[in-house]
Structure formats: C-alpha cells, structure tokens
Design a protein around this ligand. Structure first.
Ligand SMILES: [Zn+2]
Length: 321
C-alpha cells in the first residue's frame, strides 16, 4: 500500500489510454491488460497494472479526451480478456484486470484543455506525456502527482471547505458521489467521497470568476452564485440527475431562495411570474415584483419541462402551507 504520514493512505494517480476499448471497459467497470504480447514479451505499460493499489485514482483517456475519473476498487487480478467476441482486441486471452468505480464526466476534458506547456513539464519516465506534450503510445502510465492534482482541480474534484466528505468507497454502481482529492498540510494526497455536484458546477461556471444569475440577470462573482436545481433534485429520476441542464446558476442575493421556495415561477414563455406561494411581507413582494417579467436565460425548449414541473409542484404544496 502507498502509506506515508502516520498510516494515512496516500493515493497515486494513473493514466490509462483506453482508445476503442473504453466502450467495453467502462461498461464493465474494469481496466484490463494482457500479460504478454504476441511475441511472448511483457510490456512496461501493461506491467504497471501490478503497481495499482485499491483507492488509487485513474484518469480514463480515449479519443483525445479525458472521459472519466476512476477509483481502483481492487489490485490487479488474473482475468480473461473481456474483449473476446466484442471488439477486435482479441490478441491475447489471458491477462489481469482491476475493477474500477468510474465517474464518467458529463463534459469530457479535451487534451487541448490541458496547456501544452504543462504537459511538456509533466514529461518524466513512465509519464503519459512525451517531450512534445503529446500522449505516449501504450496502456497504463504513472501520472505525476502535480499533473493529477491539476486535472482534478480543473474538474472541480478537489475538496472545498464545507464539502460533506466520507472515507467509505461507495459501490461500483453508485453514481451520486464524486471521488475528490484532499490535500493535507504535509502535501499528502487523500481520496475521499463527496455527494455529486462538481460536474454540474463545472458545467455552469467552468473556470469563470463571474457569471450571470439565470433569473435576475445580474453579473456577479462566482461565490455569490449557487448551483440551483430547476427541478428539485430529490424528485429527479436517474436520467434527469445526470442531465447537466437540470441546474441553473441563481444568485445568493435572493433569487435562489425565492425560486426554491416557490415565490416565483417561470411561465411556458420563459418569463418570471409571481409563484404559487404568497409573499407574506411587503419587502418580499417588492423583491418578487422586481423579478416579474424578466426573461430567464436558463429557459430553453429542453429546460421548459423542468420549469413546468417546478410551477406545478409548488402549486400543489403551496395549498398545504
Ligand atoms: Zn439573481
């Protein structure tokens, strides 16, 4: 195991080039590599499988894009080629596999999203990157810690203050948590698990420092905008939860709160109207009236159904308040 700092498990980062095998390996939640090639020779990029430890972080790369971030659930175990009968990758029958808990990225990260100068600087023996900043041929590579941290940070997968974190690796099929990195005071890298949110945040804000509130339209610093579910998250089916358009950026100056509680709703024309819940104070109705008539930037033919759900749900629950 990769231990240091008084017994804390310290994760390593790996990079796997899955190419056309991504489709099947991600469906099965595994990485697989043969023991030897057609000439009976071992390959360094396959042999690395034996150094992966449960809890390590793997960057899944295919078609010029980072497609998923995984956590290793096992070390490498002998296993038959899972591609036999499925793909052309049938050159060898026996090999080893590592079971993964994969988080597919809703917005894959293209190689060109990683600055070339950084990729060049991450070149080292066993690294996925070559002297030109390109990706080396081969299956599994050791990702320098600096590179792993940079990628995790770009994907909003570094824990922030206030995140509710758990040490327990969820089941392989569980999709409602993100593996996130916690960097300790001595620089140790620890993997924990956080309720899924990072991908939606990334979709809404990307690297932007400022953005507009989808309801009032004010341009505000990122810290004053909230990832707000247009349709209540608890009521979304699994497909809707995965839909990055189920959220909008709403401001913490009040829009998020009055929308969430049903004081405003969005009409089928995408315009803010007075919501089912009655504003009980003058101050609140003044706030609501200020919003009425504004066009909602998050309203599209696709999100219309989520706004319609919200209006209907609050019309029903407002009766009981
Ligand atoms: Zn607002």
């Amino acid at each position: 195991m990769n231990f240091k700092h008084g017994g804390i498990f310290v994760a390593k980062f790996w990079w796997v080039n899955q190419g056309q095998s991504y489709k099947w390996e991600s469906a099965l939640g595994v990485m697989w590599a043969p023991h030897v090639n057609e000439d009976g020779k071992t390959q360094h990029h396959w042999e690395r499988m034996d150094r992966v430890q449960p809890g390590d972080v793997i960057v899944n790369y295919a078609d010029m894009q980072i497609r998923a971030i995984s956590t290793a659930l096992t070390d490498a175990r002998p296993a038959a080629n899972p591609h036999v009968g499925l793909t052309e990758l049938e050159w060898e029958k026996d090999g080893r596999e590592i079971k993964l808990r994969m988080q597919e990225l809703e917005v894959p990260m293209h190689l060109s999203d990683v600055p070339e100068a950084l990729r060049k600087s991450w070149k080292s023996y066993g690294s996925p990157f070559n002297i030109k900043g390109g990706v080396n041929q081969g299956y599994l590579f050791e990702l320098p810690e600096e590179a792993g941290l940079w990628i995790m940070n770009e994907l909003s997968l570094v824990a922030e203050a206030g995140d509710d974190l758990s040490d327990v690796i969820p089941d392989a099929g569980e999709s409602e948590t993100d593996a996130v990195i916690v960097v300790g005071p001595d620089g140790e890298v620890v993997v924990k698990f956080r309720a899924e949110h990072g991908q939606l945040k990334k979709h809404l804000f990307g690297g932007k420092k400022e953005s507009e509130c989808a309801l009032c339209g004010k341009l505000l610093p990122r810290g004053l905008l909230v990832t707000s579910h247009i349709k209540k998250r608890a009521e979304c089916n699994p497909g809707e939860r995965m839909d990055k358009r189920v959220v909008m950026a709403a401001c913490a100056l009040g829009c998020d709160a009055v929308y969430e509680r049903g004081y405003i709703k969005v009409s089928p024309a995408g315009v803010i109207e007075i919501g089912p819940r009655i504003s009980a104070t003058e101050h609140l109705s003044a706030f609501v009236n200020d919003l009425v008539g504004k066009k909602v930037s998050a309203f599209t033919p696709h999100t219309a159904k989520y706004f319609a759900w919200h209006a209907k749900w609050h019309a029903r629950t407002a009766l009981h308040v």
